[in-house]
Design a protein around this ligand. Sequence first.
Ligand SMILES: [Zn+2]
Length: 333
Amino acid sequence: MSALRPSPITPTVDFERDGVQHGFLRLPYSRDDSAWGSVMIPVCVVRNGKGSTALLTGGNHGDEYEGPLALYELARTLDPKNVSGTVIIVPAMNYPAFRAGTRTSPIDNGNMNRSFPGRSDGTVTQKIADYFQRELLPRGDIVFDFHSGGKTLDFVPFCAAHTLQDKAQEAKAFAAVEAFSAPFSMRMTEIDAVGMYDTAAEEMGKVFVTTELGGGGTSRAETVRIARRGILNVLRHAGIVDGAVEKSRTQWLDMPSGDCFAFAEDDGMIETMVDLGEPVEDGQVVARIHPVGRTGQAPREIRARMSGLLAARHFPGLVKAGDCVSVMAMAVR
Ligand SMILES: [Zn+2]
């Protein structure tokens, strides 16, 4: 089967060597401006003897910045003396997308988080996914993937894991979420789980933890602080980095069903009626979409289909039919 060809990616680091290594996952990509060129995906390995391995990624989507800001810094500062085991850091997983500042890759339009398990003979994005699927994920005991809302969504800052069939695996993931100590912690439901990195990691039995920390195609001082402190907390919690977890209060949230999500049915200009984190009653208007082609037309109201708080909202001022307008979550505990 073609998918079982070896990966074309060559790491310039040795995952078994002690110390700090900064290198690349080199992926051949021949193109007009570079005949025998490669995509050079930055990778850092910090290893100190035997122990658990953490696989840390940002830039799965190229327009989300808290993860890369936390992980380039961690790669620059993590001292192997404080490590027991291995930390593998890929701060910009979909590197072509990250360099372009776009969610998906400008090379092949690939959405990394819909490309798993990938293909070794596929597009650039599929080849990166395949390398994670077959080479990096199997090394990880704990797998942490940073996300934020990107250019089109904005979230209350939360760390998250999924409800899983395997309750022991689920409990380990939720314990790591709790250790991250974001202002909010989410029991997450996916609307479109096929092809996700999350699913690939969970199906391998890994402890998988993710985030949504802000968005809008940029970062904020607060969300970057949350990311940097949180990832160290998770590494301490896993026993990979020395020191005590700096716990702070977190509000657990649940996304119990598809009723969490609201989608635009019209194009127009969006008026948010509720700000992130504010309480919302079932049936309350959370946003209005104003038609702009002519004056004298009433806005279309978007109503919440459950009570809770506003966890995410569409970010840019204009929406199109089908855009995700709002995500509700329910406070638990
Ligand atoms: Zn994302």
